[in-house]
Design a protein around this ligand. Structure first.
Ligand SMILES: [Zn+2]
Length: 146
């Protein structure tokens, strides 16, 4: 049974709301001259530290980096490798669901119960899921098979 929830962003609990607000701040720093699709992310550690990120595009497209990975790489490079939640915010239509690459990168450092809050700032709607909801049967060398 999936525990994925859909709700209004203003119904989020205060800690999630703060994380979402941080992600929204970082969204304002997005560098997106090609897609014009801005995304912000904010990671929370179990100790309550927060790392933000935005998507950063490149003329060669391939080097483009998503907001989620920007936040993860910032945190890891600062010595934090444990995370309890991530908020991802975007706009336009639908939700800013993390791409497959970001899901795999998150699974390298976060447990399957990582709280993932995804919000569309244009509609005010949010979805809460776990990393396991988004990436079941993730690849990891030490996990082995079924
Ligand atoms: Zn991504």
């Amino acid at each position: 049974m999936s525990a994925v929830q859909r709700l209004r962003a203003e119904q989020l609990e205060p800690a999630d709301r703060r994380l979402l607000d941080t992600a929204a701040d970082y969204r304002g720093r997005a560098y997106t001259p090609y897609s014009n699709y801005q995304v912000g992310a904010a990671l929370r550690t179990p100790e309550g530290k927060t790392y933000g990120g935005c998507n950063i595009e490149n003329a060669a497209y391939g080097p483009t980096n998503c907001a989620e990975r920007t936040a993860v790489f910032k945190a890891v490079s600062e010595g934090d490798r444990r995370f309890s939640a991530i908020a991802v915010v975007g706009g336009g239509a639908g939700f800013p669901y993390p791409c497959g690459v970001c899901r795999q990168v998150l699974s390298e450092f976060a447990r399957p119960d990582l709280r993932v809050i995804m919000a569309n700032l244009d509609t005010g709607e949010a979805v809460i899921a776990t990393l396991a909801d988004l990436l079941p049967f993730s690849f990891a060398l030490e996990k082995g098979g079924l």
